[in-house]
Design a protein around this ligand. Structure first.
Ligand code: HAM
Length: 462
């Protein structure tokens, strides 16, 4: 819900969320829960296990992993000021940073916990907040949520294809696959890219003044990023510049051709995009993004690729890896655009209204019994009149109301009202729970039992 809708009739709030952040309100949590469920389901099917690296890490992990000259590190890293003692250099105490993504932290964890000893590949997934100190705009936030999948320890195009397949299946489950196009490229080995960068820099000698400031800086620090520049002048110059695909070695070409064969085998459509390089330094060979089919690249829903040198940067033995991440806010946006409704599990089934101290006391047990049976129940609130409690039941959207007044207490009865039909009947107090259960039907009950690994149901003791 837009902030302005919500507060239009209220006084100006004293505090608001910081720029680039937002509250995930209950309505959006329905979507988030739905997405997480799809992700967990597809990941478990494919052997991925959940990992949660910390929200902040030694900043060197990101600087080294993602690259000093990338936008994410040079402009967007959220530095965390630890508690610094007096006289200590503030700059020195800022050794931590909020994670801008998961890959670097997960690779650090792989090395730290000796995961190379496990059967390979190690497949991990993560879901959670990430932070980038970017200029906020539509679909671009300072705090956002990512789903991240990593396959570490083996290199084979079949793994790249299967990772992409898991992503596609998640998009299909969420009914947004048709809105996205898979963009695919192979950016070769690091030697290939080095040779290309030399040629690109040579090409731009004498043409620097035609480059916009931002791309002049990219030419110095991260020339590959020129390829997906959105600046018109740069795009015109690039038309006659050397292209990366001229520098890709035979091994990478064969790898890419095999990946394409596997994608075709899995019936995954894609668009070859030789301009796709991605904004993080750790990639080599396969890179891909999921673009909005209608509006283009600006707000990719997700992306990923191979990072065969990253684990080594963190002190591990040479270990290949491939992964992908997607933005939850952008997925929710697409789901809403596609008219997908996340299931609402927050509905109120029963509102229990009461009058008088005896009734209130009896209601506490009744509410608890309904809840234990899987009925979403609220009530026994305050000392309001029955009439205003009924109004409240209506506002909460309760399907049924149970009314217990002084008279009903004396007679051992309770009134059961169907709110939509506007009809009510009196039933024995003891029969209230079974009566409600029958009316709701088993499929609408919210019950669960905790089962341990041996299949024992954990008894809550009630
Ligand atoms: P990324 O392309 O930087 O890749 O981010 C992945 C997705 O996160 C984006 O496509 C977008 O949906 C979402 N995202 C990124 N920044 C923002 C933002 N400021 N606001 C909202 N959503 C955003 C990675 O992060 C790599 N770690 C992917 C990967 C995993 N590569 C290998 N393994």
């Amino acid at each position: 819900m837009a902030k302005s809708d919500r507060i239009s009739d209220m006084a100006e709030p004293m505090f608001r969320t910081p720029k680039g952040t937002h509250d995930v309100l209950p309505e959006d949590h329905q979507y988030m829960t739905y997405i997480k469920k799809a992700v967990r389901h597809r990941c478990r099917q494919a052997g991925y296990r959940r990992i949660d690296p910390p929200i902040f890490e030694n900043r060197a992990i990101f600087e080294r992993g993602i690259g000093q000259h990338t936008d994410i590190v040079s402009k967007e890293l959220f530095l965390v000021s630890g508690k610094h003692t007096e006289g200590e250099d503030q700059e020195k105490s800022m050794q931590l940073a909020l994670r801008p993504e998961f890959t670097a932290g997960i690779c650090r964890s792989y090395v730290e916990h000796g995961m190379q000893q496990l059967p390979q590949p190690v497949e991990l997934y993560a879901i959670g907040q990430c932070f980038r100190y970017d200029r906020p705009q539509k679909g671009r936030y300072r705090q956002f949520h990512q789903v991240d999948l990593e396959v570490i320890g083996l290199k084979d195009p079949s793994l790249d294809a299967q990772l992409i397949h898991v992503c596609m299946n998640i998009f299909k489950d969420l009914q947004i696959a048709d809105r996205l196009t898979l963009q695919l490229n192979n950016i070769g080995s690091s030697d290939n890219r080095k040779a290309f960068v030399v040629a690109l820099k040579d090409f731009f000698i004498g043409k620097e003044r035609h480059l916009p400031e931002i791309d002049l800086r990219r030419l110095e620090g991260n020339p590959l990023r020129l390829l997906d520049s959105k600046e018109a002048d740069t795009q015109i110059l690039l038309k006659s510049a050397p292209t990366l695909d001229q520098f890709i070695d035979e091994e990478s070409k064969v790898y890419h051709a095999t990946l394409i064969e596997y994608l075709q085998e899995l019936e995954i459509p894609f668009t070859s995009n030789v301009g796709l390089v991605r904004g993080l330094d750790y990639y080599g060979q396969t890179v891909f993004e999921f673009w909005d089919g209608s509006s283009g690249a600006q707000n990719a829903v997700g992306g990923g690729g191979r990072y065969d040198g990253l684990i080594e940067l963190f002190g591990g033995a040479p270990t290949p890896g491939v992964g992908a991440a997607f933005g939850i806010e952008r997925m929710i946006w697409h789901m809403k655009q596609a008219g997908v409704k996340a299931p609402n599990k927050d509905q109120v089934d029963v509102f229990v209204a009461q009058l008088g101290p005896d009734a209130k006391k009896m209601c506490l047990r009744l509410i608890s019994a309904l809840r234990e049976s899987g009925v979403h129940t609220i009530g026994a609130l305050g000392e309001a009149s029955l009439k205003s409690q009924m109004r409240l039941a209506d506002k909460f959207g309760a399907r049924f109301t149970l009314l217990l007044g002084q008279m009903e207490v004396k007679e051992g009865k309770i009134i059961l009202r169907d709110m939509a039909a506007g009809k009510q009947k009196t039933v024995a107090f003891d029969k209230a729970v079974p009566e409600v259960l029958e009316l709701l039907g088993a499929k609408d009950l919210d019950t669960y039992s905790l089962t341990d690994q041996l299949g024992n149901v954990v008894d809550s003791g009630e």
